[in-house]
Write a protein that binds this ligand. Structure first.
Ligand code: PEP
Ligand code: CO
Length: 480
């Protein structure tokens, strides 16, 4: 078992709901529907020892700062923008891809700051988004006329994508490789931000004119032009006042997040830190629990209830009010502000029915949560040709309906969660980018779910800023 800096377990709490004492290992033996089945125990031990000895990827100070920022967002004084790949791959750890993901998130946050008149915290779904839940533990394909069954691909933290026995066998050393690639990604991001990537004097940074060559209605074109011009004016004004960068402007930092699916990886990097109580999962600032692994008696809820980090939980349309309150009891028994991010992902059709009772129940129980909308995961479709995609209109509809539902309930929609990339991929259809179903094959690069491309992401930021900025957000923005 792991111990804190003083040699004692700093949070051997009783927990809630009769859950018993917590330790970084108390999840072991609990139900995990996505459990990785490693065969080489000695290799797992080697990997976890190595991970435990290496420096953390993030620090407890940063995690505390993010917790404070989430608390502000819960109170309607800040907005959280979370986005990145569905599945990050080790091969994607390349400077161009990392810089363009950072750029699109910075640009979107700028649009949101402008529209909402409040600070925006950016949380990348990267530097560690390497483990993926799958609907089946195995995959069967026909090879030379015979069915062949192999483990499913669970992301580069676990195994490799090619449909070959050697590649699909879970390899514990990939956890170390994942850690290393997360470190390289984070190092590059920190250097870019330190080095002036968000500098106001970079003209390419100001270019928000994704819509100029799009096939849009004259009204919409005029609306986007107006928004980007007022935004550019605002930036010029800030520059004239002596602000150096968008970083200064938004006064936020960059944080990372990923689904904390592989608990061997997470617990190996969970530790005590000097002069602070508690246990910190220092693989990332904001780990989240996925829709498939959030059962109350499961391993993930057990593990994540014991750490100091804020924790996200994906919430689909099928959850009951009791189940949700049970999760809050387990994960945040003291109702600490800044601790819980509920990421609703219901599907555009379901939000109107499924979200209001949850908002009502959580409000009635007096619980402090950040409501965030993930308009991606409830809106997956498969084309006749068998390609997984999502439509821009459905994504927008889920966002807009969520904004309305929160407004009616008097609750705060304090954040959004997107699967996106800074590249011109053709994975989602619609929007000003003009990607049609027949274009999906042109540049479909995601190994997992379809992502918004650069233009679709920026357009959504414009539309969302419009919807939220019109006073729909239940919170009270401070004077700008
Ligand atoms: C994801 O965020 O990639 C994911 C698998 O989401 P969910 O758990 O909501 O299905
Ligand atoms: Co996904």
């Amino acid at each position: 078992m792991m111990t804190g800096p003083s040699g004692k377990n700093p949070r051997d709490t009783g927990g809630s709901g009769g859950a018993g004492a917590w330790s970084p290992d108390s999840w072991r033996g609990r139900l995990d529907p996505q459990q990785v089945r490693y065969t080489d125990r000695a290799a797992v031990d080697r990997a976890t020892r190595k991970l435990g000895a290496l420096p953390p990827l993030v620090t407890s100070w940063e995690v505390e700062r993010l917790r404070d920022e989430i608390a502000q967002a819960q109170a309607g004084r800040r907005f959280i923008l979370q986005g990145g790949d569905c599945a990050e791959t080790l091969a994607d750890c390349r400077p161009g891809l990392i810089a363009s993901k950072l750029k699109i998130l910075l640009q979107m946050s700028l649009v949101m700051v402008h529209g909402l008149k409040m600070p925006v915290t950016r949380v990348g779904r990267f530097a560690g988004q390497y483990a993926k839940p799958r609907s089946s533990p195995t995959e069967t394909r026909e090879i030379d006329g015979k069915p062949v069954t192999l483990p499913s691909y669970f992301g580069d933290l676990v195994n490799e994508a090619p449909f070959e026995a050697g590649a699909r066998n879970p390899d514990p050393h990939l956890m170390v490789r994942g850690y290393q690639h997360a470190a390289m990604t984070l190092n590059f991001i920190r250097s870019l931000l330190e080095g002036g990537f968000a500098d106001l004097h970079h003209p390419e940074y100001w270019d928000l004119s994704f819509f100029e060559h799009a096939d849009l209605s004259p009204e919409r074109l005029a609306q986007y032009r107006r928004m980007s011009e007022t935004l550019a004016d605002g930036l010029r004004f800030m520059e004239a006042l002596g602000e150096q960068s968008v970083e200064d402007l938004t006064r936020v930092e960059f944080y990372t997040s990923h689904e904390g699916l592989n608990l061997i990886y997470e617990s190996a990097q969970t530790r005590g830190v000097p002069r602070k109580a508690g246990w910190w999962d220092l693989t990332t600032h904001l780990p989240w629990i996925g829709e498939r692994t959030r059962s109350l008696d499961g391993a993930h809820v057990e593990f994540f209830r014991g750490i100091e980090n804020p924790v996200g939980v994906k919430v689909g349309a099928g959850i009951s009010g009791d189940e949700l309150v049970g999760l809050l009891d387990a994960l945040n028994p003291q109702d600490r502000a800044g601790k819980i991010v509920l990421i609703t992902r219901m599907g555009a059709q379901n939000v109107n029915d499924a979200l209001p009772p949850l908002l009502e129940r959580v409000s009635r129980e007096g619980r402090t949560v950040l409501w965030m909308s993930d308009p991606m995961h409830g809106n997956g479709i498969t084309t006749k040709g068998g390609v997984k995609t999502r439509s821009f209109d459905a994504i927008l509809a889920e966002l807009e309906t969520s904004v309305e539902v929160h407004k009616d309930a008097g609750t705060v929609l304090g954040g959004v969660h997107f699967e996106l990339t800074g590249e011109d991929v053709t994975e989602c259809i619609g929007g000003a980018s003009g990607v049609r179903e027949e274009d999906l094959g042109l540049n479909y690069a995601s190994p997992c779910d379809p992502r918004l491309n650069y233009a679709q992401s920026l357009e959504l930021a414009f539309l969302l800023a419009g919807a939220l900025g019109s006073g729909a957000n239940g919170g009270t923005a401070p004077p700008a």
